[in-house]
Design a protein around this ligand. Structure first.
Ligand code: MF3
Ligand code: CO
Length: 257
Protein backbone atom coordinates (compact mmCIF):
# COMPACT_ATOMS: atom_id res chain seq x y z
CA UNK A 1 0.00 0.00 0.00
CA UNK A 2 1.12 3.56 -0.57
CA UNK A 3 0.61 6.75 1.42
CA UNK A 4 1.45 9.43 -1.09
CA UNK A 5 4.83 8.30 -2.39
CA UNK A 6 5.65 6.34 0.76
CA UNK A 7 5.47 2.54 0.44
CA UNK A 8 3.79 1.07 3.52
CA UNK A 9 4.99 -2.34 4.70
CA UNK A 10 2.86 -5.22 5.93
CA UNK A 11 3.53 -6.98 9.26
CA UNK A 12 5.15 -9.81 7.32
CA UNK A 13 7.43 -7.41 5.45
CA UNK A 14 8.42 -5.66 8.65
CA UNK A 15 9.38 -9.04 10.11
CA UNK A 16 11.68 -9.65 7.14
CA UNK A 17 13.14 -6.16 7.55
CA UNK A 18 13.80 -6.99 11.19
CA UNK A 19 15.81 -10.02 10.05
CA UNK A 20 17.78 -7.98 7.52
CA UNK A 21 18.51 -5.32 10.11
CA UNK A 22 19.45 -7.87 12.77
CA UNK A 23 22.23 -9.04 10.43
CA UNK A 24 23.42 -5.43 10.16
CA UNK A 25 23.28 -4.98 13.95
CA UNK A 26 25.30 -8.14 14.52
CA UNK A 27 27.95 -6.94 12.09
CA UNK A 28 28.14 -3.56 13.84
CA UNK A 29 28.44 -5.33 17.18
CA UNK A 30 31.28 -7.54 15.93
CA UNK A 31 33.06 -4.56 14.39
CA UNK A 32 32.70 -2.65 17.68
CA UNK A 33 34.33 -5.52 19.56
CA UNK A 34 37.18 -5.63 17.02
CA UNK A 35 38.10 -1.96 16.79
CA UNK A 36 41.25 -1.01 18.70
CA UNK A 37 44.36 1.03 17.98
CA UNK A 38 46.14 -0.75 15.11
CA UNK A 39 43.03 -2.13 13.39
CA UNK A 40 42.72 -1.17 9.71
CA UNK A 41 39.40 -0.14 8.20
CA UNK A 42 39.93 -2.80 5.51
CA UNK A 43 39.94 -5.53 8.18
CA UNK A 44 36.56 -4.28 9.35
CA UNK A 45 35.22 -4.46 5.81
CA UNK A 46 36.42 -8.10 5.59
CA UNK A 47 34.55 -8.94 8.80
CA UNK A 48 31.38 -7.51 7.26
CA UNK A 49 31.94 -9.40 3.99
CA UNK A 50 32.34 -12.68 5.84
CA UNK A 51 29.29 -12.18 8.06
CA UNK A 52 27.12 -11.06 5.13
CA UNK A 53 28.05 -14.23 3.24
CA UNK A 54 27.42 -16.43 6.29
CA UNK A 55 23.98 -14.88 6.69
CA UNK A 56 23.16 -15.52 3.02
CA UNK A 57 22.63 -11.83 2.49
CA UNK A 58 24.36 -9.41 0.13
CA UNK A 59 25.83 -5.97 0.57
CA UNK A 60 23.45 -3.11 -0.18
CA UNK A 61 26.44 -0.76 -0.61
CA UNK A 62 28.84 -2.63 -2.91
CA UNK A 63 28.24 -1.43 -6.45
CA UNK A 64 25.72 1.20 -5.31
CA UNK A 65 25.69 4.39 -7.39
CA UNK A 66 24.62 7.75 -6.09
CA UNK A 67 24.14 10.66 -8.45
CA UNK A 68 26.89 10.29 -11.06
CA UNK A 69 29.44 8.81 -8.75
CA UNK A 70 31.48 5.72 -9.48
CA UNK A 71 30.05 2.53 -7.90
CA UNK A 72 30.76 2.20 -4.18
CA UNK A 73 33.59 -0.35 -3.81
CA UNK A 74 33.07 -1.87 -0.33
CA UNK A 75 30.54 -3.46 2.05
CA UNK A 76 30.90 -0.86 4.80
CA UNK A 77 31.60 2.83 5.00
CA UNK A 78 34.28 3.78 7.54
CA UNK A 79 34.55 7.49 8.26
CA UNK A 80 37.38 8.61 10.56
CA UNK A 81 37.43 11.86 12.59
CA UNK A 82 36.63 14.76 10.19
CA UNK A 83 35.16 12.32 7.67
CA UNK A 84 31.38 12.67 7.85
CA UNK A 85 30.09 9.67 5.88
CA UNK A 86 30.97 7.35 2.98
CA UNK A 87 34.65 6.90 3.86
CA UNK A 88 36.04 3.96 1.87
CA UNK A 89 37.73 1.23 3.94
CA UNK A 90 41.30 0.23 3.10
CA UNK A 91 44.82 0.33 4.54
CA UNK A 92 44.15 3.16 6.99
CA UNK A 93 45.26 2.22 10.49
CA UNK A 94 43.04 3.40 13.35
CA UNK A 95 44.90 5.04 16.21
CA UNK A 96 44.16 5.78 19.85
CA UNK A 97 41.88 8.82 20.12
CA UNK A 98 40.24 8.43 16.70
CA UNK A 99 36.50 8.15 16.23
CA UNK A 100 35.22 6.02 13.36
CA UNK A 101 31.72 5.91 11.90
CA UNK A 102 30.80 2.50 10.53
CA UNK A 103 27.80 2.21 8.21
CA UNK A 104 26.51 -1.21 7.07
CA UNK A 105 23.75 -2.12 4.61
CA UNK A 106 22.56 -5.55 3.50
CA UNK A 107 19.83 -7.00 1.34
CA UNK A 108 18.14 -10.09 2.79
CA UNK A 109 15.08 -11.83 1.38
CA UNK A 110 14.52 -8.82 -0.86
CA UNK A 111 14.63 -6.17 1.88
CA UNK A 112 17.32 -3.74 2.97
CA UNK A 113 18.79 -3.37 6.44
CA UNK A 114 20.75 -0.15 7.05
CA UNK A 115 22.39 1.13 10.24
CA UNK A 116 25.48 2.97 11.46
CA UNK A 117 27.36 3.75 14.67
CA UNK A 118 30.38 5.83 15.55
CA UNK A 119 32.96 4.08 17.73
CA UNK A 120 35.78 5.36 19.91
CA UNK A 121 39.25 3.95 19.21
CA UNK A 122 40.85 3.46 22.62
CA UNK A 123 40.60 6.51 24.85
CA UNK A 124 39.16 9.62 23.18
CA UNK A 125 38.92 13.28 24.23
CA UNK A 126 36.00 14.54 26.32
CA UNK A 127 34.90 16.70 23.36
CA UNK A 128 34.82 13.70 21.01
CA UNK A 129 33.00 11.63 23.58
CA UNK A 130 30.41 14.37 24.04
CA UNK A 131 29.90 14.56 20.27
CA UNK A 132 29.25 10.80 20.11
CA UNK A 133 26.78 10.93 22.98
CA UNK A 134 24.85 13.92 21.67
CA UNK A 135 24.64 12.42 18.17
CA UNK A 136 23.34 9.09 19.43
CA UNK A 137 20.88 10.83 21.77
CA UNK A 138 19.62 12.93 18.87
CA UNK A 139 18.87 9.72 16.95
CA UNK A 140 16.75 8.50 19.88
CA UNK A 141 14.99 11.88 20.14
CA UNK A 142 14.07 11.45 16.47
CA UNK A 143 12.91 7.87 17.00
CA UNK A 144 10.65 8.97 19.87
CA UNK A 145 8.72 11.17 17.40
CA UNK A 146 8.14 8.30 14.94
CA UNK A 147 4.56 7.69 15.99
CA UNK A 148 1.28 7.69 14.11
CA UNK A 149 -0.28 11.10 13.74
CA UNK A 150 2.93 13.10 14.09
CA UNK A 151 4.59 14.53 11.02
CA UNK A 152 7.94 13.95 9.37
CA UNK A 153 9.31 17.32 10.50
CA UNK A 154 8.62 16.38 14.13
CA UNK A 155 11.40 13.82 13.71
CA UNK A 156 13.68 16.30 11.95
CA UNK A 157 13.01 19.05 14.48
CA UNK A 158 13.65 16.81 17.49
CA UNK A 159 17.04 15.80 16.09
CA UNK A 160 17.99 19.38 15.23
CA UNK A 161 16.92 20.79 18.61
CA UNK A 162 18.96 18.30 20.55
CA UNK A 163 22.08 18.80 18.43
CA UNK A 164 21.95 22.58 18.37
CA UNK A 165 21.13 22.86 22.09
CA UNK A 166 24.49 21.18 22.67
CA UNK A 167 26.33 23.59 20.37
CA UNK A 168 26.90 21.19 17.48
CA UNK A 169 25.58 21.42 13.91
CA UNK A 170 23.54 19.16 11.66
CA UNK A 171 24.85 18.20 8.21
CA UNK A 172 22.44 19.36 5.51
CA UNK A 173 23.81 17.67 2.39
CA UNK A 174 22.77 14.16 3.43
CA UNK A 175 19.47 12.95 4.82
CA UNK A 176 17.75 9.91 6.32
CA UNK A 177 15.31 8.05 4.10
CA UNK A 178 12.49 5.60 3.69
CA UNK A 179 13.82 2.05 3.41
CA UNK A 180 12.37 -1.19 2.07
CA UNK A 181 13.02 -3.21 -1.08
CA UNK A 182 15.27 -0.33 -2.05
CA UNK A 183 17.82 1.32 0.23
CA UNK A 184 16.51 4.78 -0.58
CA UNK A 185 12.74 5.19 -0.78
CA UNK A 186 10.69 8.31 -0.16
CA UNK A 187 10.54 10.28 2.06
CA UNK A 188 13.87 12.04 2.43
CA UNK A 189 14.37 12.79 6.11
CA UNK A 190 16.49 15.89 6.75
CA UNK A 191 17.98 16.15 10.22
CA UNK A 192 16.71 19.72 10.50
CA UNK A 193 13.32 21.36 10.03
CA UNK A 194 12.97 22.19 6.37
CA UNK A 195 10.14 23.57 4.26
CA UNK A 196 8.24 21.40 1.80
CA UNK A 197 6.64 17.97 2.00
CA UNK A 198 5.77 17.14 5.60
CA UNK A 199 3.71 13.93 5.49
CA UNK A 200 1.79 12.60 8.46
CA UNK A 201 3.39 9.47 9.92
CA UNK A 202 1.53 6.16 9.65
CA UNK A 203 1.92 2.59 10.84
CA UNK A 204 3.70 0.55 8.17
CA UNK A 205 6.28 3.20 7.33
CA UNK A 206 9.89 2.01 7.51
CA UNK A 207 12.44 4.77 7.96
CA UNK A 208 16.22 5.00 8.27
CA UNK A 209 17.00 7.90 10.60
CA UNK A 210 20.62 8.98 10.44
CA UNK A 211 21.81 12.21 12.05
CA UNK A 212 25.26 13.34 10.92
CA UNK A 213 26.53 15.85 13.45
CA UNK A 214 29.54 18.18 13.22
CA UNK A 215 31.54 19.75 16.01
CA UNK A 216 31.91 22.98 14.00
CA UNK A 217 30.34 24.13 10.76
CA UNK A 218 27.67 21.98 9.10
CA UNK A 219 29.37 22.52 5.76
CA UNK A 220 31.10 19.62 4.09
CA UNK A 221 33.42 18.93 1.15
CA UNK A 222 33.72 15.89 -1.06
CA UNK A 223 37.17 14.31 -1.48
CA UNK A 224 38.67 13.38 -4.86
CA UNK A 225 37.69 9.73 -4.36
CA UNK A 226 34.15 11.01 -5.17
CA UNK A 227 32.69 9.43 -2.01
CA UNK A 228 34.28 10.57 1.23
CA UNK A 229 32.52 13.61 2.72
CA UNK A 230 34.63 15.62 5.19
CA UNK A 231 33.84 18.61 7.36
CA UNK A 232 34.78 21.88 5.64
CA UNK A 233 36.64 23.07 8.78
CA UNK A 234 38.42 19.79 9.54
CA UNK A 235 36.64 19.37 12.89
CA UNK A 236 35.10 16.09 14.05
CA UNK A 237 31.86 14.54 12.80
CA UNK A 238 29.72 11.65 14.09
CA UNK A 239 26.97 9.51 12.56
CA UNK A 240 24.41 7.13 14.07
CA UNK A 241 21.67 5.38 12.11
CA UNK A 242 18.82 3.02 12.93
CA UNK A 243 16.22 1.56 10.61
CA UNK A 244 12.84 1.67 12.34
CA UNK A 245 9.24 0.79 11.60
CA UNK A 246 6.24 2.77 12.75
CA UNK A 247 3.71 0.41 14.35
CA UNK A 248 0.37 0.76 16.14
CA UNK A 249 2.42 0.51 19.34
CA UNK A 250 4.91 3.22 18.39
CA UNK A 251 8.39 3.04 16.91
CA UNK A 252 10.05 -0.36 16.54
CA UNK A 253 13.84 -0.29 16.18
CA UNK A 254 14.70 -2.90 13.56
CA UNK A 255 18.50 -2.62 13.67
CA UNK A 256 19.18 -4.05 17.11
CA UNK A 257 20.70 -7.48 17.82
N1 MF3 B 1 23.47 4.66 5.19
C1 MF3 B 1 23.95 5.28 3.98
C2 MF3 B 1 22.77 5.76 3.19
O1 MF3 B 1 21.70 5.48 3.57
C3 MF3 B 1 24.88 4.41 3.27
C4 MF3 B 1 25.01 4.51 1.80
S1 MF3 B 1 26.59 4.11 1.36
C5 MF3 B 1 26.55 3.73 -0.26
O2 MF3 B 1 22.85 6.49 2.23
F1 MF3 B 1 27.72 3.45 -0.57
F2 MF3 B 1 25.81 2.72 -0.46
F3 MF3 B 1 26.10 4.76 -0.93
CO1 CO C 1 20.93 5.05 5.37
Amino acid sequence: MKAGMIILKTHKEIEIMREANRIVAEILQKIGETIQPGTTTGELDKIADRMIEQAKARSAFKGYRMRNQKPYPASICSSVNEEVVHGIPGSRVLKEGDIVGIDVGVVYKGFVGDAAKTFAVGKISDEASNLLHVTEESLYKGISQAVEGKRLMDISGAIQNHVETHGFSVVRDFVGHGVGRKMHEPPQIPNYRSPGWNPRLQAGMALALEPMVNEGTWRIKLLDDEWTAVTADGKLSAHFEHSIAITDNGPLILSEV
